[in-house]
Write a protein of this length. Structure first.
Length: 269
């Protein structure tokens, strides 16, 4: 005998199936959403870890420039003295015998001259910028190399030592007799004379006053590029002229200037 289902039973079965299907769909949706959130979270965390592992470098403009890389060595604890070209009977320098007073008033002298035969490869020296710092106070200023001295004209070991450690010849031989070419003999023009102090650099009145030198004191100095010179009164009148000097004086000795230089440098060593 065939059993017939009651209509109510059929509707009840359909309703049960619908409820089951809804529950399954809801559960699957929850699982999918959870999986999606986990994946997104992992991606964010992964991105964060990557950010920590590879930090973004600072832009070049944010990085501090290293001026020491382009600057020359400091010559430390050098005795500096004061000199004034205007006080000379005839105001002139080793590189300017006509209008020396028109140069930068912030000038200095170092014991080397690139006009000395055999040393012109170190030039040009005139107008080079130098930074000077007073050791006792830290006061600093800038000046241009416009004359030669004190004492010597070829102290190349000290002036151009790339380490800055070589001491001035005058410091090593204070009280002794030497000529300007570091020789213990002399010609009729440049005789040995006693080295009265151990100075290794001379400063003009303006430069000496700028750091508070007080006539004689200890300084640190170094060559600098024009781009490293700080703003200040030393930039008001910058020396740019090339060396120029008359040679008639040397003709009084019955010889050319070139021969005179060669004669006076016979005792260079």
């Amino acid at each position: 005998m065939v059993r017939r289902n009651h209509p109510f039973s059929f509707l009840l079965s359909v309703l049960v199936l619908f409820c089951v299907f809804s529950c399954v769909e809801s559960e699957l949706g929850s699982v999918f959403n959870l999986s999606h959130k986990r994946t997104s979270s992992e991606q964010v965390e992964s991105t964060s870890r990557k950010g920590e592992a590879t930090p973004v470098p600072a832009r070049e403009s944010e990085q501090s420039p290293d001026l020491s890389a382009s600057s020359e060595a400091w010559h430390k604890n050098i005795t500096a003295t004061y000199f004034d070209i205007a006080e000379y009977p005839t105001p002139q320098t080793a590189w300017n015998d006509s209008d020396a007073l028109d140069e930068n008033p912030y000038y200095l002298a170092l014991p080397f001259n690139d006009r000395v035969p055999g040393f012109n490869g170190y030039g040009p020296c005139k107008n080079r910028w130098v930074e000077v710092v007073l050791v006792s106070t830290g006061n600093r200023a800038f000046g241009q190399w416009e004359d030669v001295g004190p004492w010597f004209v070829n102290d190349v070991d000290y002036v151009f030592d790339p380490t800055g450690k070589t001491r001035p010849f005058a410091e090593l031989h204070e009280g002794e007799y030497w000529n300007i070419y570091r020789g213990d003999q002399g010609s009729g023009v440049r005789k040995p004379r006693r080295i009265l102090n151990n100075a290794g650099i001379d400063l003009s009145p303006a430069l000496a006053n700028a750091i508070g030198l007080g006539g004689r004191n200890q300084v640190n100095w170094r060559f600098v590029d024009a781009s490293e010179v700080a703003d200040g009164p030393w930039k008001d009148k910058i020396s740019e002229s090339k060396p120029h000097y008359r040679q008639k004086f040397y003709f009084l000795f019955g010889t050319s200037y070139r021969d005179w230089e060669l004669t006076t440098t016979r005792f260079l060593k």
